[in-house]
Ligand binder design. Structure first.
Ligand SMILES: Nc1ncnc2c1ncn2[C@@H]1O[C@H](COP(=O)(O)OP(=O)(O)OP(=O)(O)O)[C@@H](O)[C@H]1O
Length: 259
């Protein structure tokens, strides 16, 4: 399998604190790779480095061979590294479908102003985007909610809408930031199925997550961080049997590794 994303010797210092320390790993095409680790291990910082929300102190990130670290986040997103949007970036007073249509404009010729003013190119785009939005909503099982106002959606569906918005920008790799956080068992299982479906459609997925059972179920491989360093990398079975990982989790208040 070809490598989609390559993280090489990446380090992030905040003053005297080394939040991420010389971490390297690759995400292969069509793989689901999860980054796990106890609280404060550096997961969020690593995620921000990969999505270009933070500039590394040293090291680099490459997407299909092209260096993306140091680019502005919206440029990295245009190149294909797309982080799922937080709930706050959803237009709460618009319908589910309109939210997904608007997200398509990140890769559109026409500006977002065109969308609101109804210019020629924007109208053409809108028809194509409408069709694509419908496909995305169907893929995520959200079709019946297309005309629902986003504000009225329950938590799980709002999270799914965040993913739909991410998909609308046509990512090469989708970064999911704690997709199961705050979900009950049924919502988590639905989200696990949804992420699997995305991979079946050819997407590469990198996720950061605390929910160990879900992560073990969904991931092809995992990278484990502790105190900013990578301490292990491997399949769920390898990670669950890894002494360093067990030790790291025994010393933390996080949920057990799922043994
Ligand atoms: N902007 C910042 N300035 C200073 N220190 C920071 C900053 N962001 C993160 N840190 C520190 O870097 C370390 C790693 O934090 P990070 O949030 O990446 O860990 P995490 O693994 O995501 O933790 P959690 O699981 O609790 O979300 C922590 O010690 C944190 O306090």
């Amino acid at each position: 399998m070809a490598e989609m994303l390559e993280v090489s010797g990446i380090t992030k210092r905040f003053g005297g604190l080394v939040a991420v320390n010389n971490v390297s790993f690759s995400v292969r095409e069509k793989e689901i790779l999860s980054v796990i680790g106890p609280n404060g291990a550096g997961k969020s910082t690593l995620f921000k480095l990969i999505s270009s929300f933070l500039r590394p102190t040293t090291g680099e990130v490459r997407l299909k061979g092209e260096r993306i670290s140091g680019l502005a986040p919206h440029i990295a997103a245009r190149k294909g590294v797309v982080r799922t949007f937080q709930e706050t970036t959803i237009f709460k007073n618009m319908s589910v479908r309109d939210n997904v249509i608007i997200a398509h404009h990140l890769r559109s010729k026409a500006s977002l102003f065109g969308f609101f003013l109804g210019t020629g190119t924007a109208k053409e785009d809108e028809a194509a985007f409408g069709q694509s939005a419908d496909e995305i909503l169907a893929l995520l099982g959200l079709s019946s909610l297309a005309h629902e106002i986003a504000r009225n959606l329950p938590h799980g569906h709002l999270r799914a809408l965040g993913i739909a918005i991410g998909l609308a920008t046509n990512p090469s790799i989708l970064l999911l930031d704690e997709p199961f956080a705050g979900m009950n068992h049924d919502e988590t299982m639905r989200m696990v199925e949804m992420v699997r479906r995305l991979r079946e459609r050819g997407l590469t997925i990198l996720l950061v997550e605390h929910d160990m059972p879900a992560v073990m179920k969904i991931s092809d491989r995992l990278v484990v961080l502790n105190f900013g360093q990578k301490i292990a990398e491997g399949t769920p079975a390898e990670i669950q049997a890894n002494e360093k990982v067990i030790e790291a989790y025994l010393g933390s208040e996080d949920e057990a590794i799922g043994l």
